[in-house]
Design a binder for this molecule. Structure first.
Ligand SMILES: CC(C)(COP(=O)(O)OP(=O)(O)OC[C@H]1O[C@@H](n2cnc3c(N)ncnc32)[C@H](O)[C@@H]1OP(=O)(O)O)[C@@H](O)C(=O)NCCC(=O)NCCS
Length: 153
């Protein structure tokens, strides 16, 4: 098993995995936003491989100086609950530290609320709850929860 930087040929499989983290988005749109993130921030996109096959992935983007947002994380269903998600997130946080990032945010849609304890174990806390409004590919009025971590040096 191996954590590697994501590459462009990985995108099709990654977009399939990320569908589980984006109940409203089409695979094509997930593919496009992940590709754009990978082009701009190659160090913030990782995959987890087992026997050469991708079974997990994580992607983040830089929002402003010192501030990043995790856009997506997903592990193939049969491998969940085996610490793969934690390993990917911890590795990404290492990358953030190298780049001098101070704050990480992410949004959890109500349908993925099961992921909230996962983030808490990795030192995230709930910042606020709001409703979606004018977000590409997402209907308005959906409950979403913002989590945040201030990175300790
Ligand atoms: C959330 C997710 C990335 C966590 O990765 P993982 O490898 O399963 O997580 P770990 O094994 O490191 O940690 C397990 C914890 O994750 C949480 N978790 C959330 N969904 C889970 C699932 N479907 N199966 C198992 N654990 C899950 C639990 O808190 C669990 O802790 P517990 O075992 O004490 O109950 C993964 O379960 C997943 O891909 N879920 C679907 C996509 C998703 O919701 N992404 C996040 C969108 S914001």
């Amino acid at each position: 098993m191996l954590i590697q930087k994501m590459t462009f040929p990985d995108l099709d499989k990654v977009a399939t995995l990320y569908q589980d983290a984006n109940s409203f988005a089409k695979k094509k749109d997930i593919f496009e936003w992940t590709k754009e993130g990978l082009m701009k921030f190659p160090n913030f996109n990782l995959v987890y491989k087992k026997n050469e096959k991708i079974i997990g992935a994580i992607s983040a983007i830089l929002l402003s100086k010192g501030k990043v947002e995790i856009n997506d994380i997903a592990i193939q269903k049969k491998y969940r609950g085996q610490t793969i998600g934690s390993k990917l997130l911890k590795r990404l946080i290492k990358e953030f530290k190298k780049e001098g990032i101070k704050k990480i945010t992410l949004w959890v849609h109500w349908s993925n609320a099961r992921a909230i304890p996962f983030y808490y174990k990795l030192k995230f806390q709930i910042k606020k709850c709001t409703k979606t409004s004018n977000i590409d590919n997402v209907p308005n009025g959906e409950d979403i929860i913002c989590l945040e971590q201030i990175i300790q040096p």
